[in-house]
Design a protein around this ligand. Structure first.
Ligand SMILES: Nc1nc2c(ncn2[C@@H]2O[C@H](COP(=O)(O)OP(=O)(O)OP(=O)(O)O)[C@@H](O)[C@H]2O)c(=O)[nH]1
Ligand SMILES: [Mg+2]
Length: 250
């Protein structure tokens, strides 16, 4: 039996939660087209005949840190402890740039294997995917002087030990997700079951319902509701849930 924890890091909105859901084979984390959807660490659990892969879905982060991200950063830092590896998620649809480099500098410094998932490759041209894979592969590499910045130098100063693997995937269509899961399971040591096999997340039922309500609110609203929504579930009956949706401003 192989088992262990992998942290999922990346900029906001790159598809981390969608990918965690795809890797777990069911809905664990809520998803929206707005950044900062994930607010706290959620475990998504993928079980196989001989493995238990526990993914820590995390809030996205970027620099400069705004107040909300600053608070969520503590969650991220805590989740980086005691993991067997990091799944670093990038979006193939956006320019890979400073924001990703900042995250790369953080995750490569942890000293555990980093697996890159280049997400959202659905309906992209092969040439564009190839370019983005190249840019992804160079992330975190130390820049070695003028004009040589494109080539990582082996053994250069800094924590960059190179990435363990790079997988182009589409969390939406499921393309490449099976191979990525195998790759991550390969990082796990022999270990016990951390969760009962029928459990797919560490959230309580009432927390899961609260998250689903928040997801619907995020999808159904635009500018009229501030993005800072939180939900308190008061009461769960047979077929009725009572909850409060709290917003930041009137
Ligand atoms: N086309 C495409 N869209 C995707 C894919 N994966 C995720 N998305 C979309 O990207 C948006 C963000 O997805 P999330 O999973 O919420 O992203 P996240 O990285 O968890 O975002 P935060 O929690 O805010 O950091 C949603 O609109 C998803 O439907 C993909 O593989 N292809
Ligand atoms: Mg998320």
């Amino acid at each position: 039996m192989r088992s262990g924890f992998i942290a999922v890091a990346g900029r906001p909105n790159v598809g981390k939660s969608t990918l965690v859901n795809a890797l777990c084979g069911g809905k664990v984390a809520i998803v929206s087209d707005k950044p900062q959807t994930t607010r706290r660490r959620i475990f998504g659990i993928a079980n196989g005949d001989d493995f238990q892969l526990v993914l820590a879905d995390l809030p996205g982060f970027q620099r400069p840190l705004d107040a909300l991200t600053e608070r969520m950063q503590k969650t991220v830092d805590a989740a980086f402890e005691d993991v067997e590896g990091v799944l670093f998620v990038l979006s193939a649809r956006e320019r890979i740039g400073a924001g990703d480099r900042y995250i790369a500098s953080r995750v490569y410094a942890l000293g555990v294997p980093v697996v890159i998932a280049l997400n959202k490759v659905d309906r992209l041209k092969a040439s564009h995917i190839a370019q983005q894979m190249n840019a992804a592969a160079r992330l975190g590499a130390p820049v070695v002087g003028e004009g040589a910045g494109t080539q990582p130098k082996a053994g250069a100063a800094g924590a960059w030990g190179g990435f363990h693997a790079l997988h182009p995937v589409s969390a939406k269509t499921g393309d490449g997700v099976g191979q990525l899961r195998d790759e991550l399971v390969g990082l796990l040591p022999e270990g016990p079951l951390y969760f009962p096999v029928e459990q797919r997340t560490d959230l309580s039922v009432s927390a899961q319902i609260g998250e689903l309500i928040r997801e619907k609110a995020l999808w159904l609203t635009r500018d009229e509701v501030p993005h800072s929504i939180s939900v308190e579930v008061d009461d769960i009956e047979e077929s009725v849930v009572r909850a409060h949706v709290l917003v930041e401003t009137e």
